[in-house]
Design a protein around this ligand. Structure first.
Ligand code: ATP
Ligand code: MG
Length: 424
């Protein structure tokens, strides 16, 4: 690289600029209240883990492990490390490491960046963000239903409508094995219709062929035997109870027999929330039951269920539905000129902040006129003006910027009372 080349961010890894950051904050605040309403406790996990954790949990023959992980060797000790591509594996690892399941069931949530080496496009990035919830130690379909209705409440709290819920059941390992045999037979009989990916997966992970996004494969996938027809009795009862509970809650769903999810650890219930407003990247939330995972990564077997929300995709919807609405206006822009005025302005701005106002104190000098222009451009509702005259009297002049009203001069305590009692 030439010395003078500008250094750019890595492709697919985005800066979140102040113009967008307020949507992230709105989302994070909404999520915080929402998690509290359902009793989920937050857990903060490292961004880097041993590669083995993801290979063992997500599965060797999955898109993520085969081609999407940022894996590197620790230069100091040669350990194979990976930037986390998702949160469930880390969350379960932490729960086991710290023995958090000792007291029984547990509801946990996390939020943060995930990393996958994918082709960057709208809604698909190399660093993206998820908020995820995991309920560990719960066996019945009640928690599956609660997580689904929980997601529905978040859409409502975010002002989103029109998201569709798809559900399916993957059964237990025996029913999957039965179905697997039938699938392999079906695809073998139609070998010439399979694409390269499908041929490669035919014997290692035929279930994933059902997940194919290749339109040329649609017909053969549609015709494949359905796992739902092969469910073991317990899984069928679990699924029936889930459907009944969702109906009771008034949650509309569609059964999608081809919904298998891109990760290996799922069993029984799987679900996705989808939208048709984001083109090909229409899945905004995905999850399901993973009763085998805790045992698989070394713990005492414990049933579990969870889901993750793609924050970029949800925010794309939030922004679309809230078009035209801009950031919250700031309260006060403080304009001042003169030596005594500037010193008093610093004190006055602290006083206003003591009283919960958001204050932009003008810094860098300039004429009153140019400062007032900046006050106007800042989005503040009111300019608080201090000249040496005001400073001498310990007073300020208030000038509303967004409504027709004259300016008024008063003491600081009065100014706080005035600002609190007028809609500006
Ligand atoms: P997709 O089929 O879109 O690749 P996935 O099955 O790989 O999704 P999950 O691992 O289930 O996705 O992740 C849960 C959610 O995280 C997705 O539904 C999506 O909203 C979001 N997500 C996944 N990968 C990305 C990405 N590369 N960029 C942005 N969001 C993503
Ligand atoms: Mg993917």
């Amino acid at each position: 690289m030439e010395m003078n080349d500008k250094i750019q961010a890595i492709r697919g890894m985005n800066d979140i600029l102040p113009t967008d950051a307020h949507w992230w904050e709105f989302f994070e605040e909404t999520v915080k209240d929402w998690l509290k309403a359902y009793g989920y406790l937050s857990i903060r996990l490292p961004i880097v883990e041993q590669t083995a954790l993801f290979r063992r949990s997500i599965g060797e023959v999955t898109d993520i492990v085969e081609k999407e992980m940022y894996t590197f060797e620790d230069a100091l000790n040669g350990e194979s490390l990976t930037l986390r591509p998702e949160g469930t594996a880390s969350c379960v690892r932490a729960v086991l490491q710290h023995n958090l399941l000792y007291a029984g069931a547990l509801r946990l949530s996390y939020m943060g960046p995930m990393f996958r080496h994918e082709r960057p496009q709208k809604g698909r990035y190399r660093q993206f963000h998820q908020v995820g919830v995991e309920a560990l130690g719960f066996e019945g379909p009640d928690i599956d239903a609660e997580q689904i209705v929980m997601a529905a409440r978040l859409w409502k709290n975010l002002g989103l409508s029109g998201l569709k819920l798809e559900i399916n059941s993957l059964g237990d390992s025996a029913s999957r094995a039965r179905h697997r045999g039938k699938l392999i037979r079906h695809f073998e009989e139609n070998l010439d219709l399979l694409d390269e990916d499908a041929k490669r997966r035919l014997h290692s992970n035929p279930l994933r062929i059902l997940d194919s996004k290749n339109p040329a494969m649609r017909e053969i996938v549609e015709a494949a035997p359905k796992l739902l027809d092969d469910l073991d009795e317990d899984s069928a009862a679990h699924f029936a109870e889930l459907k009944k509970t969702l109906e009771g809650l008034g949650i509309h769903f569609e059964i999608n027999p081809r919904l298998v999810r891109g990760l290996d650890y799922y069993n029984r219930t799987v679900f996705e929330w989808v939208t048709d407003k984001l083109g090909a990247q229409g899945t905004v939330c995905a999850g399901g039951r993973y009763d085998g995972l805790v045992g698989q990564i070394g713990g005492k077997p414990s049933p579990a269920c969870g889901f993750a929300i793609g924050i970029e995709r949800i925010l794309a919807l939030v922004e679309e539905e809230n078009q035209g609405r801009t950031a919250e206006a700031r309260d006060v822009y403080l304009v001042h000129q003169g030596e005594a005025a500037s010193r008093f302005a610093m004190i006055a701005s602290e006083f206003l902040r003591d009283n919960d106002f958001s204050v932009i104190l003008h810094c860098g000098g300039g004429s009153f006129k140019s400062q007032m222009k900046k006050a106007d451009a800042s989005g503040a509702n009111v300019a608080v003006i201090i000249g040496d005259d005001e400073a001498g009297a310990g007073e300020v002049t208030l000038k509303p910027l967004r409504v027709e009203a004259g300016q008024q001069r008063m003491g600081l305590a009065q100014a706080v009372a005035w600002l609190n009692s007028h809609s500006i």
